[in-house]
Design a protein. Structure first.
Length: 72
């Protein structure tokens, strides 16, 4: 699979709310991950014992702006 990276964030406003942001090479890589048997088993376990709700959104990045401070 062409997985690039993942970052996870926890909400400061809503206890227990998490965001996982993953980067993939292309849409085919996402479909391979979605159809992976080990991932499917983990997803089913998560539905049973971890999450009350989750949502998956697949988006294409149009632009990315970045700032890095030169102050030390």
């Amino acid at each position: 699979m062409d997985f690039i990276s993942i970052e996870r964030f926890q909400s400061l406003a809503t206890e227990g709310k998490l965001l996982s942001l993953s980067w993939w090479k292309n849409e085919d890589a996402i479909l391979q991950w979605k159809n992976n048997i080990l991932h499917s088993k983990a997803q089913q376990e998560g539905k049973k014992s971890i999450f009350d709700f989750y949502k998956i959104s697949i988006v294409k990045l149009e632009r990315c702006y970045e700032f890095t401070s030169t102050h030390t």
